[in-house]
Design a binder for this molecule. Structure first.
Ligand SMILES: CCCCC/C=C\C/C=C\C/C=C\C/C=C\CCCC(=O)SCCNC(=O)CCNC(=O)[C@H](O)C(C)(C)COP(=O)(O)OP(=O)(O)OC[C@H]1O[C@@H](n2cnc3c(N)ncnc32)[C@H](O)[C@@H]1OP(=O)(O)O
Length: 201
């Protein structure tokens, strides 16, 4: 039965913060609420500006440890005819949730992402996403997000809960392909480089 409380008996880490979790703390140098965060990497499938097949998701800092983002479903994002693929919608949620790490100023990767698909999302829809970090425990950041159809007050189409796990820069330099790592470090946009590679002070 070991791990039953942490995992609800599934053997997998839970999405519920442990009792010793702390409220998230917005980094003092986090971008001001309302600031567009821009892409963290130009080839990112979620947010990269030069990624032709990507979502081109644009996230904006909110108050506290919150972000909002918008993403318009393109024909290339279909699963069923005329409808967004669920994996693409999960990506939009993942990317939005991942942007929260920039407000915490940590480098973290998605450990777990649980998605509810509530309504079908037609091609051409602009999905309005909102995410917030709910708790931090050690290297883990607990976060939640939802996506609404057509406007920030539109009907909820998707929801997700996630755990991000803080990693060192080596996570990327050891596991990523050297050419892409080199190119990312050479990006003339130093804000982007800092965002991708800055280590929590
Ligand atoms: C050119 C490169 C540019 C790079 C840019 C990089 C970063 C960008 C910077 C800012 C980000 C800005 C925006 C965000 C952008 C995108 C959003 C999308 C993000 C992703 O799409 S990212 C890709 C998908 N993602 C992965 O590719 C992860 C693969 N995976 C692993 O790399 C390991 O699996 C890892 C590191 C997760 C853990 O491994 P590990 O050995 O370091 O850690 P360990 O096992 O010690 O666990 C430590 C504590 O985390 C708990 N824990 C572990 N695993 C868990 C899980 N799955 N669920 C819940 N909790 C978990 C344990 O229970 C323990 O908790 P406790 O401390 O309480 O015991």
């Amino acid at each position: 039965m070991s791990g039953a409380t942490a995992s609800g008996g599934t053997g997998r880490p839970a999405l519920t913060p442990p009792p010793d979790a702390a409220p998230p703390v917005r980094h003092p140098e986090a971008p001001a609420p309302g600031t567009l965060l821009g892409a963290h990497y130009d080839q990112c499938f979620g947010c990269g500006e030069t990624q032709p097949h990507g979502l081109h998701l644009a996230a904006r800092a909110g108050e506290g440890v919150t972000v909002t983002a918008e993403f318009t479903v393109q024909p290339a994002h279909q699963g069923a005819p005329g409808l967004a693929h669920g994996g693409v919608l999960a990506t939009a949620l993942d990317e939005t949730l991942g942007s929260l790490n920039w407000l915490l100023r940590i480098i973290a990767v998605t450990g777990r992402l649980e998605t509810d698909f509530v309504r079908p999302v037609p091609v051409g829809t602009t999905l309005h996403l909102a995410a917030r970090c709910t708790a931090v425990a050690g290297r883990k950041a607990y976060c939640t997000a939802e996506g609404r159809i057509g406007s920030p007050d539109g009907p909820v189409a998707v929801r997700a809960d996630a755990v991000f796990v803080e990693v060192k820069l080596e996570h990327f330099t050891k596991n990523g392909r050297p050419d892409e790592i080199k190119a990312a470090l050479a990006d003339p946009d130093q804000v982007k480089v800092a965002r991708a590679f800055e280590v929590n002070p």
